[in-house]
Design a protein around this ligand. Structure first.
Ligand SMILES: C[S@@+](CC[C@H](N)C(=O)[O-])C[C@H]1O[C@@H](n2cnc3c(N)ncnc32)[C@H](O)[C@@H]1O
Length: 436
């Protein structure tokens, strides 16, 4: 029988000490701030994205610290946390995000609990205070010496992730979770009704979570979704859009190039990178429900001359682009994971005519499932979290590079992946495809 090798507590502690020392001295050497819990402390590691040694030491530190923690806790306490305190942590975060507590606490000062409750319109003050006490235990907000509420690094970071927290912890994204076991038992091949979220579609129409979002009573479900996609991008790209700018060879497109972002949502990526890729114009294509949010975002960023929205269903042939432009590159950013292969093929096929006629490039940005041991445990967990979530929401899932290649070939035998890169602190891979 194969034995399971467990490192001793002190071996793990020694590794942790070693990675922590390396990390600390590398940060000093590169004149980067040390991590700390103050509200204005480091939020992410985007400032270290071009120093691989820092990111590697940090990964070792996280994975070994987690292993040590698991040993110290033991299975009973770990399970007690999954079915106990961790659920409460999620509930407190969801509640505080809905109440916008982080926005109401001054970043440099403090506020009394009754004043905070008043500001938030909270009438059950003692119940609210109990939630706060739990949040303090999470390192989210802190109680000052005189009993008031102040920010920590964790609570101060909430507003920048608020849209994603709201969506991910909200009803539409969670109701399917109760149906995963049934969906797995049902198996594939029984239509869309075997998708966890579709099983519980309140209208009984077996729609994916994305389509259910369009039903939100205030009509802003898709807008919230696109804003949440921006937060999620930051989570998975190490805190900035830089990996995206460096991920593709924008210069190769030439001057005044036109890039068509298919399924581009409200154009938040263009709003974030337009300054860094001068000379590139964008057409953002997505469902009609994204038109108004996109218009507002493009205008607010002063990009009306460079970014245009075009309502388009990506299962249909590509329409003529505005102003008779020809596409230099098609982008598919976080789109294909939502669809099973036959649908993915239907998305890619309409791109082939322009690739044939104009030499249009196809650039895909997606999470790619790694081989065993390719990523640190904590990164692979984050990546596979999305893989499983996508199955619950739409029946899709992430692919390995091989899976993607196979699907591309199903769309057209001549499609060939020429390059796949993944920046060190990014969960996204950047994939360039040509038609041979
Ligand atoms: C996971 S989101 C990714 C959005 C954006 N590319 C990003 O990375 O933030 C998938 C996008 O596909 C769009 N979409 C879904 N079905 C579509 C369809 N039939 N035609 C066009 N866009 C569609 C959704 O509206 C959504 O904006």
């Amino acid at each position: 029988m194969a034995t399971l090798h467990t490192l001793t507590l002190t071996t793990l502690a020694d590794s942790i000490k070693e990675s922590a020392s390396t990390l600390q001295s590398l940060l000093t050497q590169h004149q980067l701030p040390q991590p700390d819990f103050s509200p204005t402390g480091r939020k992410d590691w985007s400032d270290a994205q071009f120093v691989p040694a820092i990111l590697t030491a940090r990964s070792h530190l996280i994975d070994n610290a987690q292993t040590l923690l698991n040993l110290a806790l033991g299975p009973t306490d770990i399970l007690a946390a999954y079915a106990g305190s961790r659920m409460t942590e999620i509930e407190v975060l969801r509640t505080f995000n809905s109440l916008a507590v982080a926005e109401a606490v001054p970043i440099y000062g403090q506020i009394s609990v009754p004043d905070l409750a008043r500001k938030l319109g909270v009438k059950q003050v003692s119940a609210f205070e109990k939630q706060l006490r739990f949040a303090y235990l999470m390192g989210m907000f802190r109680q000052t010496d005189d009993g008031e509420v102040a920010h920590t690094a964790l609570s101060a970071a909430i507003p920048e992730s608020s849209a994603w927290i709201g969506l991910r912890l909200g009803k539409i994204f969670n109701q399917g979770a109760y149906e995963i076991a049934d969906a797995l038992r049902l198996g594939p091949g029984e239509g869309k009704t075997n998708i966890p979220c579709a099983i519980v579609d309140p209208k009984g129409l077996a729609r994916t979570a994305y389509l259910q979002l369009e039903d939100e009573p205030d009509g802003k479900g898709m807008d919230r979704f696109s804003t949440a996609m921006k937060d999620l991008f930051n989570h998975h790209a190490g805190g900035s859009l830089l990996p995206f700018v460096h991920g593709f060879d924008w210069d190769s497109l030439g001057r005044e190039a036109t890039v068509v972002d298919i399924g581009g949502g409200n154009g938040h990526i263009e709003a974030g990178i337009a300054d860094q890729v001068p000379g590139v114009n964008f057409v953002v294509q997505d469902r009609q429900s994204n038109e108004e949010p996109a218009r507002q975002l493009i205008e607010a960023n002063g990009l009306t001359g460079r970014v245009q929205f075009q309502a388009h269903d990506f299962f249909h042939p590509q329409p003529n682009l505005p102003d008779g432009r020809t596409p230099n590159a098609y982008l598919l950013i976080r789109v294909l994971q939502d669809w099973e292969d036959p649908d993915g093929v239907r998305i890619i096929k309409p791109l082939v005519p322009a690739m044939e006629k104009f030499g249009t490039k196809l650039w895909i940005m997606n999470r790619i499932l790694p081989d065993v041991g390719e990523l640190p445990n904590h990164s692979e967990r984050l990546l596979r979290t999305l893989d499983l979530l996508v199955f619950t929401l739409s029946g899709g899932g992430e692919r390995t590079a091989k899976d993607l290649d196979r699907m591309l070939k199903q769309a057209d035998e001549r499609l060939r992946i020429t390059k796949i890169t993944r920046p060190l602190n990014s969960l996204f891979s950047f994939i360039e495809i040509v038609l041979q």
